[in-house]
Design a protein. Structure first.
Length: 266
């Protein structure tokens, strides 16, 4: 094996340090370009689209009277609860399906069946069975998160390199040790990707979930604004959902990098 010299290590460290700065710079450029395109579309009068200044002014009004904060907290509470419940159930179910053939045969048909049904189609049934309180809203978000995460976890277990498992068996490792020391770490990248997809599904389901007799929330506020053709409020809601979703996704991405730092990255 060729030894890495000190100058080479320093050069590699500098390259690693430059990557985040370059990524942030590109993100800022993308934001500027997006705002420029948005301003251009608003200036030519595309279907009455409000410009960034108008939306910013409306956001300031909603922030000043506390409406935006209350709506954001209500939506964030629903998304977090549904997402966490969905993930907490999806991970053990995915491990069961991937590790035990019997569990896979029993559970996989139901998972694949419900994956073909959009969570939004469950809303009428959820209202009938659970009423119009918080439970059906959280349940719809939970279902969207669960179905995304369980498949990713299952696939992660199935795709574990068999060479690693066989090598552990040769060394005398028990099934429990193999599962905890080989399968779980090797499946972690899949689980975290599934969580990111599940988080996106949770936010994507939020607006429809808040159709269920909500009195607050970003989705509720957007639906109310639609009745009065208040496009500025709709844009504020969209941006708030996007920003909250992006921040949560960045946190998951940070956790992924910390937990899977053994992976080779590009």
């Amino acid at each position: 094996m060729t030894a890495i010299s000190a100058p080479q290590r320093k050069a590699a460290g500098r390259a690693e340090g430059r990557r985040p700065r370059r990524s942030i710079a590109l993100n800022l450029v993308a934001v500027v370009i997006g705002l420029a395109v948005w301003t251009l579309l608003a200036s030519v009068g595309v279907q009455g689209m409000p410009g960034p200044a108008e939306v910013a002014a409306r956001a300031g009004e909603l922030i000043a009277d506390g409406t935006l904060a209350l709506d954001a907290l209500a939506s964030l509470r629903r998304v977090l609860l549904g997402f966490l419940l969905g993930t907490l159930l999806a991970v053990p179910v995915g491990f069961l399906m991937g590790w035990y053939a019997t569990a896979r045969g029993l559970l996989e048909p139901y998972v694949q069946f419900f994956r073909t049904i959009p969570p939004l189609a469950i809303i009428p049934l959820a209202i009938v069975l659970m009423g119009i309180g918080e439970v059906p809203k959280v349940f719809v978000i939970f279902l969207a998160s669960f179905l995304s995460s369980v498949v990713a976890t299952f696939q992660g277990v199935v795709d574990v390199d068999k060479t690693l498992i066989n090598a552990a068996r040769v060394l005398g490792a028990s099934d429990r040790t193999i599962f905890l020391k080989v399968v779980v770490p090797a499946s972690t990248p899949f689980i975290l990707v599934g969580m990111r997809v599940g988080l996106g599904s949770a936010w994507g389901t939020l607006v429809a979930a808040e159709l269920i007799a909500a009195q607050e929330g970003l989705g509720f506020r957007m639906q109310q604004a639609q009745l009065y053709y208040d496009l500025s409020t709709i844009f504020v809601g969209l941006i708030a959902i996007g920003v909250l979703g992006l921040l949560m996704d960045r946190l998951l991405l940070l956790a992924e990098r910390r937990l899977t730092d053994w992976q080779e990255r590009r």
